[in-house]
Design a protein around this ligand. Structure first.
Ligand SMILES: [Zn+2]
Length: 441
């Protein structure tokens, strides 16, 4: 009797239909991602059809509970979505496409946030693939003679799309807060001569952790900064922190906890199926020995300046740069920092982080720390390095009656802008007796 029951139960589970409960569509600049929510695992396959271009998604033993009519199809490769049942038990979804795509699909197991998911990624076909556009610094007429380059800062707003990051008091999402801070930091750096920001994530979509560092490398970044605002298992944890990579272990319990949580981002956001590349780890391991030491020491020095600067805006969680094994910091050749701008699990900090003015203060503190470091130690060949070389050969000049900044500039074969920069002057106003620096020759 017991055996019969077991067999019955088994056949029930085989026959039971999976419910497709809903779907989300995320658009990234170079791809689109469809995520189907299922109440249980289901077999599936996808295949493309041409003239006209379509993608067919077959989900076995399943039915659709929701309509797919609410998807935003105004951008991206999908023109229209149709669906129907086959043999009364299989769900077929047909995507009518604007162009041929490269499609990949994989299932994702449940986690604390979602049940079973089926992910379908639509990427541009190889032949029509447009590489990520990195706008090279545009030189204006005056600068064409010079060969100096800008310092490129890759700003990575953590999480995005399927992965909201921490969800704080009042339902605020980490992915939103950190994108806002990242964009404000981008604005500040755009306005600073000698710097060029590169925003890794520009909207609400997920990027795999490895892809974030890859994008930074493609952009020739001098520095990679990942911005976060996490939650801790205690409401009391508060303050900002700056992290650099540690190969050997986390410097504190919180550091280890946060690193584990960040690294699991890929499971929530879904690079699933595409396993983290072991070869890359091995390569990274070898390269780490060679160049990690150098970039790590830069990361620590720079991180400390950023942390000190942030101390003017918020409480600091720790007064030293902490170290932990964050996957997103594993670029062997680019100094990399992960910045926790506060804890969304702390009601007070969540309230502040939600406001545009506090986000602005945070961005400005990070910006000042970055600037201070690179003014002191500009990479060779950069505009800041050229300024510094010039400032090495300076002499003092005492302003005499009748002097104007433009006359002094002419007399010393330099520009007014340069004099202002050398002396940190905001305006051209000078007074008699004031001592300023001018080029020595
Ligand atoms: Zn985070």
């Amino acid at each position: 009797m017991r055996i019969v029951l077991a067999v019955l139960l088994m056949s029930c589970s085989v026959l039971s239909l999976a419910d497709v409960q809903g779907v989300r569509l995320w658009h990234a600049p170079d791809s689109s991602r469809l995520v189907f929510d299922l109440n249980q695992e289901a077999e599936h396959k996808i295949f493309p059809l041409s003239s006209p271009n379509r993608l067919v998604i077959d989900i076995d033993n399943s039915k659709l509970l929701d309509s797919l009519n609410d998807l935003d199809l105004s951008v991206g490769p999908i023109k229209k979505v149709r669906w129907g049942m086959r043999d009364h038990k299989d769900l077929r979804i047909v995507l009518d496409l604007r162009e041929a795509v490269e499609a990949k699909s994989f299932p994702l197991p449940p986690n604390q946030q979602y049940s079973h998911r089926l992910v379908v990624d639509l990427l541009p076909k190889n032949d029509s693939f447009k590489p990520l556009e990195i706008t090279k610094p545009v030189l204006d007429a005056k600068e064409t003679q010079s060969t100096t380059r800008d310092i490129i800062i890759a700003i990575d707003a953590g999480h995005g799309g399927e992965d909201p990051g921490a969800i704080g008091h009042g339902g605020i999402y980490e992915k939103k807060v950190v994108l806002a801070i990242a964009k404000k930091l981008e604005d500040l750096l755009k306005r600073e001569k000698g710097f060029k920001p590169y925003l890794v994530r520009t909207g609400d979509y997920y990027i795999g952790l490895r892809d974030r560092t890859k994008k930074a490398r493609k952009a020739n970044a001098d520095l990679f900064i990942s911005i976060h605002a996490d939650a801790f298992n205690s409401h009391r944890a508060s303050g900002s922190s700056v992290f650099a990579l540690s190969q050997s272990g986390a410097t504190s319990e919180a550091a280890r906890w946060l690193a584990d949580k960040e690294n699991s981002s890929d499971l929530i956001g879904g690079v699933g199926g595409v396993s983290l590349d072991d070869k890359e780890d091995l390569l990274a391991g070898v390269l780490l020995d060679l160049s990690m030491t150098a970039s790590l020491s830069v990361s620590l020095d720079l991180g400390q300046m950023v942390l000190n600067s942030m101390g003017g805006v918020s409480k600091l969680h720790k007064h030293k740069v902490e170290q932990a094994g964050f996957a997103v910091l594993k670029s062997p050749d680019i100094p990399s920092l992960l910045i926790e701008t506060g804890f969304l699990s702390n009601p007070g900090e969540a309230r502040k982080l939600k406001t545009s003015s506090y986000q602005g203060q945070m961005a400005s503190a990070i910006y000042k720390g970055i600037k201070r470091y690179f003014m002191q130690s500009p990479p060779p060949g950069t505009y800041l390095a050229s300024i510094r070389n010039k400032s090495d050969r300076l002499k003092e000049y005492v302003i005499a009656p009748g002097d104007t900044l433009s006359v002094i500039a002419q007399r010393h074969a330099t520009s007014m802008a340069n004099l202002k920069q050398l002396n940190g002057l905001k305006t051209s106003i000078i007074r008699v007796g004031q001592v300023i620096k001018v080029p020595a020759s």
